[in-house]
Design a protein around this ligand. Structure first.
Ligand SMILES: CC(C)(COP(=O)(O)OP(=O)(O)OC[C@H]1O[C@@H](n2cnc3c(N)ncnc32)[C@H](O)[C@@H]1OP(=O)(O)O)[C@@H](O)C(=O)NCCC(=O)NCCS
Length: 152
Protein backbone atom coordinates (compact mmCIF):
# COMPACT_ATOMS: atom_id res chain seq x y z
CA UNK A 1 0.00 0.00 0.00
CA UNK A 2 1.32 3.47 -0.87
CA UNK A 3 2.65 5.59 1.96
CA UNK A 4 1.71 9.23 2.39
CA UNK A 5 4.03 11.86 3.85
CA UNK A 6 5.03 15.50 3.44
CA UNK A 7 7.96 16.02 1.07
CA UNK A 8 11.24 17.51 2.25
CA UNK A 9 14.08 19.23 0.38
CA UNK A 10 15.60 15.79 -0.25
CA UNK A 11 12.62 14.89 -2.45
CA UNK A 12 12.92 17.83 -4.84
CA UNK A 13 14.25 15.86 -7.83
CA UNK A 14 11.66 13.12 -7.47
CA UNK A 15 8.86 15.65 -7.15
CA UNK A 16 10.10 17.54 -10.23
CA UNK A 17 10.01 14.38 -12.34
CA UNK A 18 6.40 13.80 -11.46
CA UNK A 19 5.38 17.44 -11.91
CA UNK A 20 6.90 17.35 -15.39
CA UNK A 21 5.12 14.07 -16.19
CA UNK A 22 1.82 15.62 -15.16
CA UNK A 23 2.36 18.87 -17.05
CA UNK A 24 3.34 16.93 -20.18
CA UNK A 25 0.28 14.72 -19.91
CA UNK A 26 -2.03 17.69 -19.48
CA UNK A 27 -0.32 19.80 -22.15
CA UNK A 28 0.28 22.52 -19.56
CA UNK A 29 2.86 25.26 -20.07
CA UNK A 30 6.27 23.65 -20.15
CA UNK A 31 8.17 25.64 -17.56
CA UNK A 32 11.85 24.87 -17.33
CA UNK A 33 12.94 22.56 -14.55
CA UNK A 34 14.96 25.39 -12.96
CA UNK A 35 11.86 27.54 -12.46
CA UNK A 36 9.89 24.69 -10.93
CA UNK A 37 12.87 23.83 -8.75
CA UNK A 38 12.99 27.44 -7.50
CA UNK A 39 9.33 27.20 -6.46
CA UNK A 40 10.04 24.01 -4.50
CA UNK A 41 13.24 25.32 -2.92
CA UNK A 42 11.35 28.38 -1.76
CA UNK A 43 8.68 26.15 -0.20
CA UNK A 44 11.22 24.02 1.63
CA UNK A 45 13.24 27.01 2.82
CA UNK A 46 11.37 27.37 6.11
CA UNK A 47 8.42 28.67 4.19
CA UNK A 48 5.01 28.08 5.77
CA UNK A 49 2.96 28.96 2.69
CA UNK A 50 2.66 25.47 1.28
CA UNK A 51 3.60 21.81 1.41
CA UNK A 52 3.92 18.97 -1.01
CA UNK A 53 2.21 15.72 -0.15
CA UNK A 54 3.95 12.63 -1.55
CA UNK A 55 2.58 9.16 -2.20
CA UNK A 56 5.35 6.58 -2.41
CA UNK A 57 5.33 2.87 -3.15
CA UNK A 58 8.48 0.75 -2.95
CA UNK A 59 10.54 3.96 -2.68
CA UNK A 60 9.03 5.28 -5.92
CA UNK A 61 7.02 8.50 -5.89
CA UNK A 62 3.69 7.73 -7.58
CA UNK A 63 1.66 10.79 -6.63
CA UNK A 64 1.86 14.31 -5.24
CA UNK A 65 -0.31 17.21 -4.23
CA UNK A 66 0.76 20.82 -3.81
CA UNK A 67 -1.13 22.18 -0.83
CA UNK A 68 -1.03 25.93 -0.29
CA UNK A 69 -2.11 27.89 2.74
CA UNK A 70 -3.72 31.21 1.91
CA UNK A 71 -5.53 33.93 3.86
CA UNK A 72 -9.19 34.38 3.00
CA UNK A 73 -11.58 37.16 4.02
CA UNK A 74 -14.43 34.98 2.76
CA UNK A 75 -13.65 32.33 5.37
CA UNK A 76 -12.21 34.84 7.87
CA UNK A 77 -9.25 32.50 8.20
CA UNK A 78 -6.44 30.89 6.28
CA UNK A 79 -7.70 28.08 4.06
CA UNK A 80 -5.97 25.10 2.42
CA UNK A 81 -5.81 25.22 -1.37
CA UNK A 82 -4.98 22.15 -3.44
CA UNK A 83 -3.03 23.68 -6.31
CA UNK A 84 -2.36 20.36 -8.04
CA UNK A 85 -2.99 16.70 -7.34
CA UNK A 86 -1.64 13.92 -9.53
CA UNK A 87 -1.38 10.14 -9.36
CA UNK A 88 0.60 8.19 -11.97
CA UNK A 89 -1.65 6.18 -14.30
CA UNK A 90 -0.71 2.82 -12.81
CA UNK A 91 -1.65 4.01 -9.30
CA UNK A 92 -5.10 5.33 -10.19
CA UNK A 93 -8.54 4.13 -9.23
CA UNK A 94 -7.26 2.26 -6.20
CA UNK A 95 -8.33 4.80 -3.61
CA UNK A 96 -5.02 6.68 -3.42
CA UNK A 97 -6.45 10.05 -4.48
CA UNK A 98 -9.15 9.68 -1.83
CA UNK A 99 -6.51 8.92 0.82
CA UNK A 100 -4.50 11.98 -0.27
CA UNK A 101 -7.56 14.21 0.12
CA UNK A 102 -8.16 12.73 3.61
CA UNK A 103 -4.52 13.44 4.49
CA UNK A 104 -4.96 17.08 3.43
CA UNK A 105 -8.18 17.28 5.42
CA UNK A 106 -6.43 15.99 8.55
CA UNK A 107 -3.72 18.60 8.04
CA UNK A 108 -6.35 21.35 7.58
CA UNK A 109 -8.23 20.23 10.68
CA UNK A 110 -5.05 20.09 12.77
CA UNK A 111 -4.19 23.64 11.66
CA UNK A 112 -7.70 24.93 12.31
CA UNK A 113 -8.30 25.70 8.62
CA UNK A 114 -12.05 25.64 7.89
CA UNK A 115 -12.02 24.76 4.18
CA UNK A 116 -10.14 23.14 1.31
CA UNK A 117 -10.58 24.87 -2.04
CA UNK A 118 -9.31 24.10 -5.53
CA UNK A 119 -9.75 24.94 -9.20
CA UNK A 120 -10.25 22.44 -11.97
CA UNK A 121 -10.64 22.88 -15.70
CA UNK A 122 -14.21 22.40 -16.92
CA UNK A 123 -12.73 20.10 -19.59
CA UNK A 124 -11.20 17.82 -16.94
CA UNK A 125 -14.29 15.67 -16.64
CA UNK A 126 -12.56 12.82 -14.80
CA UNK A 127 -11.03 15.08 -12.13
CA UNK A 128 -14.42 16.74 -11.65
CA UNK A 129 -15.92 13.28 -11.08
CA UNK A 130 -13.15 12.50 -8.61
CA UNK A 131 -13.64 15.75 -6.64
CA UNK A 132 -17.37 15.19 -6.39
CA UNK A 133 -16.81 11.58 -5.30
CA UNK A 134 -14.50 12.69 -2.47
CA UNK A 135 -16.86 15.30 -1.11
CA UNK A 136 -16.19 18.60 -2.89
CA UNK A 137 -19.09 20.81 -3.94
CA UNK A 138 -18.95 22.81 -7.14
CA UNK A 139 -19.04 26.58 -6.54
CA UNK A 140 -20.70 28.54 -9.33
CA UNK A 141 -17.78 30.84 -10.07
CA UNK A 142 -15.44 31.77 -12.85
CA UNK A 143 -11.67 32.00 -12.47
CA UNK A 144 -9.85 34.89 -14.14
CA UNK A 145 -6.15 35.41 -14.64
CA UNK A 146 -4.11 38.04 -16.43
CA UNK A 147 -0.45 37.94 -17.25
CA UNK A 148 1.62 40.73 -15.73
CA UNK A 149 3.09 43.01 -18.40
CA UNK A 150 1.85 40.54 -21.02
CA UNK A 151 -0.18 41.21 -24.17
CA UNK A 152 -3.79 42.35 -23.65
C1 LIG B 1 -7.77 12.82 -10.21
C2 LIG B 1 -6.84 11.75 -9.63
C3 LIG B 1 -5.84 12.41 -8.67
C4 LIG B 1 -7.71 10.71 -8.87
O1 LIG B 1 -6.82 9.81 -8.23
P1 LIG B 1 -7.24 8.26 -7.99
O2 LIG B 1 -6.23 7.67 -7.07
O3 LIG B 1 -7.44 7.59 -9.30
O4 LIG B 1 -8.65 8.41 -7.24
P2 LIG B 1 -9.35 7.31 -6.29
O5 LIG B 1 -9.05 5.95 -6.79
O6 LIG B 1 -8.97 7.60 -4.88
O7 LIG B 1 -10.87 7.64 -6.49
C5 LIG B 1 -11.65 8.25 -5.44
C6 LIG B 1 -13.06 8.36 -5.92
O8 LIG B 1 -13.10 9.19 -7.09
C7 LIG B 1 -13.77 8.50 -8.12
N1 LIG B 1 -13.10 8.77 -9.39
C8 LIG B 1 -11.79 8.61 -9.65
N2 LIG B 1 -11.55 8.89 -10.96
C9 LIG B 1 -12.77 9.20 -11.48
C10 LIG B 1 -13.19 9.55 -12.78
N3 LIG B 1 -12.34 9.58 -13.81
N4 LIG B 1 -14.50 9.82 -12.98
C11 LIG B 1 -15.39 9.74 -11.95
N5 LIG B 1 -15.04 9.40 -10.69
C12 LIG B 1 -13.75 9.13 -10.48
C13 LIG B 1 -13.60 7.03 -7.81
O9 LIG B 1 -14.63 6.27 -8.40
C14 LIG B 1 -13.65 7.01 -6.31
O10 LIG B 1 -14.98 7.04 -5.87
P3 LIG B 1 -15.50 5.89 -4.84
O11 LIG B 1 -14.47 5.85 -3.73
O12 LIG B 1 -16.83 6.42 -4.41
O13 LIG B 1 -15.52 4.64 -5.64
C15 LIG B 1 -6.08 10.99 -10.77
O14 LIG B 1 -7.03 10.46 -11.66
C16 LIG B 1 -5.13 11.88 -11.56
O15 LIG B 1 -3.96 12.03 -11.20
N6 LIG B 1 -5.60 12.50 -12.67
C17 LIG B 1 -4.72 13.33 -13.52
C18 LIG B 1 -4.36 14.64 -12.86
C19 LIG B 1 -5.56 15.53 -12.64
O16 LIG B 1 -6.41 15.68 -13.48
N7 LIG B 1 -5.59 16.17 -11.45
C20 LIG B 1 -6.66 17.06 -11.05
C21 LIG B 1 -6.56 18.42 -11.61
S1 LIG B 1 -5.45 19.47 -10.70
Amino acid sequence: MAELRWATARDIDRVLELVEAYHRQEGLRGHGRDRLRAVLEDLFDGNKRGRVLLATEDAEVIGYALVVRRPSFEWASDVAVIDEIFVLGKGREKGLGRRMISFVEEYAASEGLPAITLEVSVQNVSARGFYRAVGFTRMDREIYARTVNGPR
